[in-house]
Design a protein around this ligand. Sequence first.
Ligand SMILES: [Zn+2]
Length: 419
Amino acid sequence: MAYLIKGVSILGAAPTDLFIKDGVIAAPFEGAEVVDAGGLVALPGLVDVHTHLREPGREDAETVETGSRAAALGGYTAVCAMANTSPVADTAGVVEQVWRLGREAGLVDVQPIGAVTVGLAGKQMAELGAMASSAANVRIFSDDGFCVADPKLMRRALEYVKAFDGVIAQHAEEPRLTEGAQMHEGEVSTRLGLTGWPAVAEEAIIARDVLLAEHVGSRLHVCHVSTAGSVEVLRQAKARGVRVTAEVTPHHLLLTDELAAGYDPVFKVNPPLRTRKDVEALRQALLDGVIDVVATDHAPHAVQDKECEWAHARPGMLGLETALPIVLSIYGPQWELIADRMSRAPARIAGLAGHGGDLTVGSPANLTLVDPSARRVVDPSELASRSRNTPYAGMTLPGRIVATFLRGEATVLDGKAVK
Ligand SMILES: [Zn+2]
């Protein structure tokens, strides 16, 4: 299809016309399908470096297709699929399967993340080279859900991926310090009598890993940074020139541990919701660039795994369909910031050429159109995800994603998925 996006504001600039043809932003031509974009803002298609799609293994919670649809509706054109599936994505065969399922769904580019260790068990390094040279072209490796706690293994993995400019994405959680943890360790956990997950369990691993990455000269990415102390460790490492990048989730930018007081497991997540002071530090770190990207950690869970006692509920929240509205609610229409932290920087970290580019003639037409003046009440029954575990149910959020284009083909139009 060829489109004329009429009267659109690119990153908040004066309205203009944007032509799309043969998958790229084109020079003006006749005969395009007109999309009236008055009042809409165009952003480069969003890129998520941290998504759980649950396939293979837990198709009752999400599939590559349903997760891809949720992503497109959230304004995304590419997502990186975490490796903690069943079987684990620790071989070329499994990452190629996920990559192929993504191509078949055709709603976003699904870039598989490979496991660092066999079965996420933290004992033996997985076949990183085979995954990197597979059709899936894996560049990010992560045991997310678990920390690569063994420092020798972490060092070897960092050394190994250096050869092909890969990156290790660490779920920073010293496991001995979080045994039995149910929520953030602090005043609220004491009051509720729940075992705490101390901030230092995250900060200690990040401190260790930036030193390892510096020693080896390799790339480290820190998943879901959640504490003010972690921000300080990262700030110092970046000032020294360590090759470290970091992400923060929308929920850690918005919600606090006070929400655990109602024992509603929808607020149970790992790392846990922290304090107001942490939230403020994370918000500032994203502005400063100490934290590079917003990543969703979209974690769909089936009803029986989530709507149960707090202690037994799985940690995790949906994120893809609400990420941009949450970020807008916090930062307002800072389009340059949003484009950088939600598209350009994540595309760069993941090595996804074709995403996160400028919307100029000749560039791949990966973009999303947002109506910043619209407000929407989050209704879990309207989400495209197969799961319902959103912590934002009933909240009114700004910004409606009106259309998304993947290589010039509309995946979302009029706020609805095209297929
Ligand atoms: Zn994680």
